[in-house]
Design a protein around this ligand. Structure first.
Ligand code: PLP
Length: 384
């Protein structure tokens, strides 16, 4: 590697926000202030400011920007290769994109149920119409948005991003991709010419099931500035404490997700290789590592998503399985260091009723395999 080459992801995660250092503390301080003293040597009226980026060095009020939200934007802009805007949740990020781009039609497929529900609100208010991905060809017009999630919640399987982008762009339609299930270094979505990128930072970036956040990334700096201005009045900036927690999490993000990805792929292989052994329990297994299409490897060049789903034979089995496991906590969400399992019907109104979603954490892979093995064996023998 050349001496002056751009730093890699691991280095950026630790040093990408060094430019935002305000004090000598090695760990950025937690700033709990909502309001900040004006600099009496530099009093410029709002109307005379060209844009709002001054708030990043001279914070005014924390709903606008605060030291650690600005730090996060510096860091995310580097690791996600664009202009990042930070929010207080993934759904806020999605809603902000809908508000700013204001499409007349949104085309949705399988995706996080909360994004569909946000579109339902806008449809109820008469501001847009919801369509399926299958209807792009027939109904899409310039200025509309195709929202695509890949790998997709809750299955962990992938769609051909390039194919969607081609179809959408031929109609002048923007493609927004939710890449929550496979952030870099697993997947680099800009490679496929998408227009807007979103992540729920609550998941892998946060990684410890203790904060909510979301991020939007765009290529155009002026759009990012407009999104930041909108955010002031949507009231959806990330909170002070959460921004500190997220910064701390990001330092170790790459090691966590690479381990989770490898582990999940091995667990899925174990389940798939042992289908016969669990034939009275396991009906289906869904994960990108089981997909055969060429685009899957091309998209997930850094590894498969740490989330997969299984479909069991009946609801009784779905109720029993989480309770038989030692290391998989029965809870919603994903991406944390602790492995989670969820009978998805408990929170997702749109999903098949016998689906179990698994998010693989950072525990030892063999311990997790042994745990699943014993629990599935109990159900297999009980013939629930
Ligand atoms: C969790 C999730 C969201 C929503 O994010 P929140 O931070 O919970 O608001 C959006 N998309 C995907 C794929 C998710 O998993």
């Amino acid at each position: 590697m050349a001496i002056n080459s751009e730093p890699d992801l691991e280095t950026l995660l630790i040093h990408g926000d060094d430019v935002n250092n305000r004090v000598t503390d090695v760990a950025p301080p937690i700033n709990i202030a909502t309001t900040f003293r004006y600099d009496n040597e530099d009093l410029i009226p709002w109307n005379e400011r060209g844009d709002l980026s001054f708030m990043e060095t001279k914070p005014i009020y924390s709903r606008l920007a605060h030291p650690n939200s600005s730090r996060l934007e510096t860091l995310f802009s580097k690791i996600l290769d664009g202009n990042a805007v930070i929010y207080n949740s993934g759904v806020s990020a999605f809603f902000a994109a809908m508000t700013y781009f204001n499409p007349k039609r949104v085309f949705l497929g399988q995706n996080y149920h909360g994004c569909t529900a946000a579109v339902n609100i806008l449809e109820r208010n008469g501001t847009l119409k919801k369509h399926t991905h299958k209807e792009i060809e027939e109904f899409a017009q310039k200025g509309d948005i195709v929202h695509l999630e890949s790998p997709v919640n809750p299955y962990g399987t992938s769609y051909d991003i390039e194919e969607f982008v081609k179809k959408a762009h031929s109609k002048g339609v923007l493609v927004m991709i939710d890449s929550t299930f496979a952030p870099p270094p697993l997947q680099y979505v800009w490679d496929f010419d998408v227009d807007i990128v979103m992540h729920s930072a609550t998941k892998f970036f946060g990684g410890h099931s203790d904060l909510l956040s979301g991020v939007l990334v765009v290529k155009d700096e002026n759009i990012a500035k407009d999104l930041r201005e909108d955010r002031i009045y949507l009231g959806t900036n990330i909170a002070n404490l959460e921004s500190y927690l997220l910064l701390r999490s990001l330092r170790t993000f790459e090691m966590r997700i690479l381990k989770q990805s490898t582990s999940a792929t091995q667990i899925v292989k174990f389940l798939n290789d042992n289908r016969h052994k669990f034939n009275k329990v396991l009906k289906e297994i869904y994960h990108s590592s089981l997909q055969k299409e060429d685009f899957v490897k091309k998209q997930l060049k850094g590894g498969y998503t740490p989330v997969f789903s299984i479909v069991l034979h009946n609801k009784e089995q779905c109720k029993a399985l989480p309770n038989l496991l030692k290391y998989f906590i029965h809870a919603t969400s994903l991406g944390g260091v602790e492995s989670l399992i969820e009978w998805r019907a408990l929170t997702d109104p749109y999903i098949i009723q016998t689906l179990i979603r698994v998010s693989v954490g950072c525990e030892n892979t063999q311990d997790l395999i042994n745990d699943l093995d014993q629990a599935l064996t109990v159900i297999q023998l009980k013939q629930l």
